[in-house]
Design a protein around this ligand. Sequence first.
Ligand code: C2E
Ligand code: CA
Ligand code: CA
Ligand code: CA
Length: 275
Amino acid sequence: AKDAGRGTWRAYGREMDQRLHERLRREEELRVAIAEQQLEVHYQPRYLSQSMQIIGAEALVRWHHPTQGMLLPEQFIPLAEEAGLIIPLGRWVLHQACQQAASWPVEMTVSVNLSPLQLHDDRLLDEIARALRENGLPGERLELEVTESALLQETQSTLDALKRIKALGVHLAVDDFGTGYSSLTNLRHYPFDVIKIDNSFVAGIEQSTEDHSIVRALIELGRGLQMRVTAEGVETEEQLRLLTDDGCTEVQGFHMSLPMPAEELRRLLARPTDI
Ligand code: C2E
Ligand code: CA
Ligand code: CA
Ligand code: CA
């Protein structure tokens, strides 16, 4: 058993100190990472389900940590959001994605994830306009993804922000759709072009008739609202077949392609299509 009283409290205090210290260290590391280009954007292609033609790619950020190797977004995006670093990080990703998309051998869309904090940043609109202008990328070739859960807060200012972005010709996608419990009747007031069905539903469509029904309903909803529908997290041939049969026109997932470095995507796009 442990000592009661002061000893325990002191140990607890030390642990807190350590945790706070660790967090501040991590924050400083991330600041350096953004400034010194330790971040890299990977791209995961999106396909037309019928023809398997690549019609776009989603930008997904990675961090090449000096000692810990490649870190995935879930290991640093939450910290970036808490520390206010998501603004410079998001700006860097946006510029990087527009620059790379402008150099692709095919004129297709690049999708960039927006944190809710970016959506409420006054400078976002200027940043988007600048990223497009500096890289000569037409607005229609940029798609911004906003999670469904981000739509729940501050509805009016979110709606205003989305409409201003849309006025630049940029496409808007509602990400992780089905997980955010947003009111379906609200969706029609938002200027979205695309619904992205969350991985978690796609994962269940082979085994669970409930999940399959939800996915079918989401596809129908998208169709009814005249939005494109992308299913994400497609991992098997059978999932691809079911989704295609259900009328889902666009797919993304490990079954077709993993996220890859920009160079690799460029090679993939430059390759003559097989006959
Ligand atoms: P997301 O927007 O839902 O992106 C899709 C995630 O699913 C990616 O994870 C991708 O690698 C993964 N994925 C793709 N295909 C499959 C599949 O077949 N099966 C499974 N199980 N997963 C698949 P990743 O790259 O780790 O990104 C995680 C999340 O981090 C993203 O989820 C997005 O919300 C966030 N994120 C990534 N890059 C950025 C960024 O630049 N800015 C912001 N704000 N968030 C980002
Ligand atoms: Ca996304
Ligand atoms: Ca998603
Ligand atoms: Ca997801």
